[in-house]
Write a protein that binds this ligand. Structure first.
Ligand code: SAM
Length: 294
């Protein structure tokens, strides 16, 4: 492994170790890179989010290592020890349970502090669920925002969605099986049932599925088969499109909506009103939600 010497090392005049940030697969073990294997083999210590998971991964590739736990609860306190190892010349690697460390995974505090102090930090790139999902979504990729996991508390979750409702960029969210259904319901409520969405489920694994449709249809798809709610998910939402949503609801459509929401669920009322009037379902859905509130 070639070593570049940092300013800090030159000042100290001794060889300092480096910290490699190593991406690992998100399902299919064949996605590990040759360089990741090489770096993991050569590291004196591997910092792992969960040492049991990483031990299984390393065993698969015949790698033995000194594994050290680095998770969200001990990250801050472990930094001093990690600096001692680096100062003693050890090369370290950081891995998480899946994908790229620091991407909704531990490592941020460590990298921030080491970078500020001039330590050498080496990226060893590979898989991340965001990029994997975006690469097959078929939604705009020229500009996108990564939103990570939505807050668990419903008020905070709705606030974040509302803040993103008119964002023109494609939005990428992570979600687990426990909350996928309620998240899609909340998204339909805030973004409108006909906002385009791509749900990437169990990427690179046996039951990989990529669902493309709108948020209204996705709610039905999730309910149609309990298997659809299992596993890990990336949710990709199309950015807000101005012309599509600025449709003014005229007085007769509003009257029609008022009649329909008295009898039907909002989503169905908006869909029916759209068929009758030819106006955008999304705009009618928003109006129906407003009418319902008032
Ligand atoms: N560091 C990882 C990365 O680079 O993507 C993400 C770790 S985060 C704790 C775990 C979340 O990533 C899951 O809840 C899911 O939203 C997403 N994810 C990870 N693996 C996935 C997969 N195989 N298919 C779909 N989503 C996945």
């Amino acid at each position: 492994m070639t070593k570049k010497y940092t300013e800090r090392q030159q000042k100290q005049g001794n060889k300092q170790g480096s910290l490699s940030i190593v991406a690992t697969p998100i399902g299919n073990l064949g996605d590990i890179t040759l360089r990741a294997l090489e770096v993991l083999k050569q590291a004196q210590r591997i910092l792992a989010e969960d040492t049991r998971n990483t031990r299984k991964l390393l065993a698969h590739f015949g790698i033995q290592a000194d594994l050290q736990a680095l998770h969200e609860h001990n990250e801050q306190t472990k930094i001093a020890q990690i600096k001692n190892w680096l100062d003693a010349g050890d090369d370290l690697a950081l891995v998480s349970d899946a994908g790229t460390p620091l991407i909704s995974d531990p490592g941020y505090h460590l990298v921030k502090q080491l970078a500020a102090e001039g330590y050498q930090i080496v990226p060893v790139p590979g898989v991340s669920a965001i990029i994997t999902a975006l690469s097959v979504a078929g939604l705009a990729t020229n500009r996108f925002s990564f939103e990570g996991f939505l807050p668990a508390k419903s008020v905070a979750r709705m606030n974040m969605l509302q803040a993103n409702a008119k964002q023109p960029r494609t939005q990428v969210y992570y979600e687990s099986c426990h909350r996928i259904q309620q998240t899609i319901v909340a998204m339909a409520e805030v973004f409108g049932a006909d906002r385009k969405v791509v749900l990437a489920r169990e990427l690179t694994k046996l039951y990989e599925q990529i669902y493309r449709g709108d948020l209204g249809q996705l709610q039905d798809w999730l309910k149609a088969d309990s298997n659809h709610q299992k596993g890990e998910f990336v949710v990709i939402i199309e950015g807000y499109i101005e012309e599509q949503n600025s449709t003014q609801i005229n007085a007769s459509s509003e009257k029609l909506l008022q009649v329909l929401i008295a009898e039907l669920p909002v989503k169905q009322a908006a869909s029916l009103a759209s068929k009758i009037t030819g106006q955008k379902k999304n705009a009618l859905y928003r109006q129906a939600m407003e009418l319902k509130k008032s």
